[in-house]
Design a binder for this molecule. Structure first.
Ligand code: UDP
Length: 352
């Protein structure tokens, strides 16, 4: 789909794609906060591909400018180096605002808990305020973490969750829960067009090797010739979704007319121990799994119920874990060696 009308100039996006540009004023304009992050940058690519004018905003605390460098030459791409928790202003029309700014890995939000709370509260408030002024539709990145350590399995959108507000994950979980409440209030009180996506574990190229999440941790360890650190006995489960599938679900949700939360994730569930074994097989490493203490409040199970996404958006994941892991492994292998060593991290301080 092309957001603008037809076209006079053809330009290469640098992604092997060809995008037709029209009169700039006819182009739909989207603001993506956290645009230099893992998910944000993939969203930038997708909206560029669809013919939008994309404004990426990021304070680059956990985002990386290299994720969007390939877009800088485009006339329909802009980058604002700015913290969305402070007042935001974007000149001109805006059709959509996607709020994806936030630290998203447990190690990050433990390191910067206050910023995590601020971006989920002050940050969304600024986005919603801007959306009212611009009459724009807002989509927020919520998370499976709103379900906490779930007692309902798989998790459907009607489940209210089991979150410890004062535990180490509380800063992220409660910020996201507040963000949902705030977004819903703007929808019901101000009649603003809003969308809420609850994102389950997602992986793919551009994850940071040192972000502490299990996939980059395991692949980084395999590439450095270290043993793979499984936390706890590895019986806890996760369900991993490839980033392209996630982006497709988000795109469909944005264009839908559904204002309540929708889970987007891949229901294929696996224990962390089995996942470690898959990474050992994939990378061919001769290292083994070693077991470390389980971090406090680590959810025991996670699997999205995607009945709603299927029914409302006609969406379901297409990329198998085998295929997605292969692409992601190729990406990590292509990084310069110093990245691998810069990436070593220790998460012992989050032990119980
Ligand atoms: N995990 C692990 N080893 C690591 C990093 C993470 O066993 O080196 C576990 C972690 O305890 C959790 C799961 O893998 O049970 C997924 O962790 P991640 O940080 O990727 O995201 P979460 O789903 O917990 O937010």
């Amino acid at each position: 789909m092309c957001a603008g009308k037809s076209v006079s100039v053809e330009q290469s996006t640098g992604m092997g794609l060809s995008t037709h540009f029209t009169n700039q004023t006819l182009m739909k304009r989207v603001l993506i906060t956290g645009g230099a992050g893992f998910l944000g940058s993939h969203l930038c690519d997708r909206f560029i591909k669809e013919g939008y004018h994309v404004i990426a905003m990021d304070n680059l605390i956990t985002g990386d400018i290299r994720n969007i460098e390939h877009l800088f030459h485009l006339p329909n791409f802009e980058f604002y180096h700015h913290d969305v928790s402070k007042f935001i202003h974007v000149p001109g029309q805006l059709d959509y605002i996607l709020h994806f700014a936030s630290p998203a890995s447990p190690i990050d939000y433990l390191k910067i808990p206050i910023q995590t709370l601020k971006v989920g509260s002050l940050g969304i408030h600024n986005c919603l305020g801007l959306a009212r002024v611009k009459n724009a539709r807002v989509l927020i990145a919520s998370t499976s973490e709103v379900y906490g350590d779930p007692t309902v399995h798989p998790q459907n959108e009607e489940y209210w969750g089991n979150v410890n507000p004062v535990g180490p994950r509380g800063v992220y979980d409660e910020a996201k829960r507040f963000q949902e409440a705030m977004t819903m209030a703007y929808h019901t009180y101000h009649g603003l067009e809003t969308r809420i996506v609850r994102i389950f574990n997602t992986y793919g190229p551009r994850m940071r090797l040192n972000d502490g999440r299990v996939l980059p941790a395991f692949i980084g360890q395999a590439l450095r010739g270290e043993d793979l650190t499984v936390f706890g006995d590895g019986s806890q489960t996760r369900s991993f979704c490839y980033v392209d599938d996630l982006v497709e679900g988000i795109y469909r949700l944005l264009l839908s007319d559904y204002a309540y939360p929708v889970n987007i994730g891949n229901p294929s569930e696996i224990t962390i121990k089995e996942f470690g074994e898959e990474i050992i097989k994939l990378t061919g490493t001769s290292q083994r799994l070693i077991f470390k203490d389980l971090p406090k409040d680590d959810p025991k199970q996670r699997q999205p119920d995607i009945t709603k996404a299927k029914a409302i958006l006609g969406w379901e994941p297409k990329v198998s874990r085998a295929e997605g892991l292969r692409i992601t492994y190729d990406y990590f292998k292509s990084l310069p060696e110093e990245e691998l060593y810069r990436a070593a991290y220790h998460r012992e301080f989050v032990k119980k």
